[in-house]
Design a protein around this ligand. Sequence first.
Ligand SMILES: [Zn+2]
Length: 138
Amino acid sequence: MNLSPAFPTPILDAVNGPYWQALAAGELTFQRCEQCHHAWLPPRTECPRCLSDRPVWEQASGAARLVSWVVYHKAFNPAFADRLPYNVAVVELAEGPRLISNLVGCEDESTLRIDLALSFETRNEHGTTIPVFRPRSV
Ligand SMILES: [Zn+2]
């Protein structure tokens, strides 16, 4: 009997499909407003600043900075119990959009600090390519 809990996966639709498809190809993309040039994530149909309904997709450089993070020592979703402790981070891309992600390559959390320079990479989670970020070596 398989007692492992279902791992949460994204539900692709016409709005977020291009984002997940680009990730599967190893590219991180975000939306930018044709009218006011504001950039954002996650994908949506209207610009959150001016409500224009003409967003365009743009590829991120992969450079980012650490805005905030937390280390989970309790699995609020049982699907994550086998990876405790794990981090969840707010990351800001060089182009402006922020996203919730995970940090890799930094098992010693004492090395984390606000504004830490990060680089995008991908990780496969149960068949879905997700964005993760690694501290940039200096
Ligand atoms: Zn706009």
